[in-house]
Write a protein that binds this ligand. Structure first.
Ligand SMILES: Nc1ncnc2c1ncn2[C@@H]1O[C@H](COP(=O)(O)OP(=O)(O)OP(=O)(O)O)[C@@H](O)[C@H]1O
Ligand SMILES: [Mg+2]
Length: 237
């Protein structure tokens, strides 16, 4: 066992193969990666290089074919589904390109859902969801449904939902992919603020060099491997 207890997450020689025979795809071909608490990392690379697969594997949403993943000193790769779900529910948050909000629920109902499904009482869930919506500047829109909000507002609701349970890490797969430049800047400023104020670790898959430039570290992938890493001094939009 050679994992580093100081890291929030560490993976060693992670491989992921989809399908078999002619449809066999080696999506990850031996990835070594580590994340410290509080870090903001961008993952970049050409379409199909394995970025989304890496996010799914590192967060335990998807099974790896071989290798090891350690999260907070615990073996994620061999963990039973139920324990993995519980760990994800308490320690991780997720933001996707298309927001993934539930259309029939209001903003506050969307945000409180992860808490309710973890067994938090309705009154506490509501209170925390309200706070989270306040943090993303959407208190006034709390009773609106997603269809009645702009893309940027919907993504801020998704961000509130991802952070409502104070996770250690938020995984974001092209969170600004559907947003215009101005809205992208607003969402990124919010992410930077949460990273600084709450110490939340962020891993952001992006094609946008402007987004990558405000992270503390950029990891470049190609053909299922990490090919290069760069540290940023920080900066801002
Ligand atoms: N569920 C799946 N079944 C089979 N193959 C898959 C599956 N998901 C991804 N792949 C394949 O794995 C490889 C990596 O895909 P992945 O979605 O991780 O790429 P990506 O870097 O996120 O690309 P993009 O920038 O287009 O989102 C691709 O060749 C893809 O076709
Ligand atoms: Mg992808």
């Amino acid at each position: 066992m050679n994992h580093n207890d100081g890291a929030l997450l560490q993976c060693m020689n992670v491989k992921k193969v989809y399908g078999r025979g002619e449809s066999r795809t080696e999506a990850l071909r031996g990835v070594d990666f580590s994340l410290s608490q509080g870090e903001m990392t961008a993952i970049m690379g050409p379409s199909g290089c394995g970025k989304t697969t890496l996010l799914h594997c590192l967060s335990g949403m998807d099974q790896i074919t071989s290798g090891e993943i350690w999260f907070q000193g615990q073996e994620l790769h061999s963990m039973k589904e139920k324990r993995k779900d519980a760990l994800r529910g308490s320690a991780m948050g997720f933001v996707f390109q298309n927001y993934n909000l539930i259309p029939v629920l209001t903003a506050v109902e969307n945000v409180e859902l992860p808490l309710l499904s973890q067994g938090v009482s309705p009154s506490v869930s509501r209170k925390k969801a309200m706070e989270a919506l306040g943090k993303v500047g959407l208190h006034e829109r709390r009773f609106h449904k997603p269809a009645h909000m702009s893309g940027g507002q919907q993504q801020r609701v998704a961000l509130a939902r991802a952070m409502v349970h104070n996770p250690q890490i938020i995984w974001a797969d092209e969170p600004t992919g559907a947003l215009d430049r101005e809205t992208t800047d607003k969402v990124m400023q919010l992410i930077q603020h949460l990273n600084r104020e709450e110490g939340t670790t962020f891993v952001i898959v992006t094609h946008d060099p402007r987004i990558a430039s405000v992270t503390s570290r950029i990891v470049y992938m190609d053909s299922g491997k990490v090919i290069h890493e760069k540290r940023n001094d920080g900066g801002g939009m």
